[in-house]
Design a protein around this ligand. Structure first.
Ligand code: NAP
Length: 263
């Protein structure tokens, strides 16, 4: 059941209503932490990009809102009291929409964003600012690429016909891929042993990744370090005006507590 199918407008008990913009482990953890409370009703929102998404507990709605204006309307129609944007660090459009919509609707807004990864001794990381820079740089680093930047970025690498790609994706892209790209459909978490075996099996000589952060997909970096592999790390998109941000679910819950009506 989604909230759009059955908006709860007749509940006799006035509860504080929180929208979590989701699609991450942190968003699911926040929904789980808040759903258990009697004083807050939480609705989680997913984009609907993944065919079989990991669903948070509690109410879920799926699909875009129609930009900031659409989201602002949705916030008003569903009497939302606060927004926590816990979308992925690379979901740059949703981040801007969330900030603008919350301002339009006059509700408090918080960004929950996990920290990026930190290079350790032995790492051979090459940081680039964006996807285009990664496409330009990868031929200088290797020939057999483990590409973990997701289905949406795959098309940018396809013109590099002199390289071979093992592209790890959750869902296959709509269009067929050419012969120099092999798809590996899978979803973390991953282990260091598993990532090491994968790199060896396919004779990978460079890893391309976003700086997603978090433990679920970090094993590839440890495996690359142990095998002496170069890593092409695409930096996070930086917002023009960073919103108020926390990095942990506990901090987001405390932020929420400070905003709840007392008594
Ligand atoms: P994006 O480029 O910032 O968003 C594109 C559009 O998708 C947004 O303008 C919005 O449509 C809709 N959308 C995005 N997140 C939504 C949400 N949580 N609820 C409702 N609508 C949402 O985002 P993206 O990079 O395509 O990522 C899509 C989703 O996948 C995000 O929710 C993110 O948390 C998750 N995810 C992304 C990545 C990644 O690497 N980008 C990795 C893991 C998970 P409208 O403008 O119509 O509202």
């Amino acid at each position: 059941m989604t909230i759009d199918d059955h908006p709860d407008r007749t509940s006799p008990e006035p509860r504080w209503r929180l929208l979590v913009l989701g699609g991450t482990a942190e968003a699911r953890a926040l929904a789980a932490a808040v759903t258990a409370r009697p004083d807050v009703a939480v609705v989680s929102s997913l984009a609907g990009r993944v065919a079989d998404p990991r669903l948070p507990v509690g109410e879920v709605r799926i699909g875009g809102f129609g930009g900031a204006t659409g989201l602002a309307r949705w916030l008003a129609a569903h009497r939302i009291d606060a927004v926590v944007d816990a979308t992925h660090p690379y979901a740059a459009r949703m981040r801007v929409s969330g900030i603008e919509a919350a301002a339009q609707a006059g509700v408090p807004h918080l960004r929950l964003e996990r920290p990026g990864w930190t290079a350790q001794p032995g790492d051979r990381w090459h940081r680039v600012p964006d996807l285009a820079a990664a496409v330009a740089a990868v031929p200088t680093l290797g020939r057999r690429v483990l590409l973990t930047t997701g289905r949406q970025s795959l098309a940018a690498f396809v013109p590099l016909t002199g390289l071979w790609f093992l592209a790890r994706v959750v869902d296959a892209p709509d269009d067929p891929v050419p012969a120099h790209v092999r798809l590996l459909r899978s979803r973390g978490p991953y282990t260091v042993d598993g990532e090491t075996a994968l790199i060896r099996e396919h004779r990978i000589d460079v890893l391309v990744t976003k700086d997603s952060g978090g433990a679920l997909t970090e094993a590839k970096l440890t495996a690359a370090r142990r095998l002496g592999l170069p890593v092409l790390m695409i930096d996070r998109p930086a917002p023009a005006t960073p919103p108020a941000t926390v990095t942990t679910v506990d901090e987001a819950v405390r932020w929420l507590d400070r905003r709840l009506p007392t008594g």
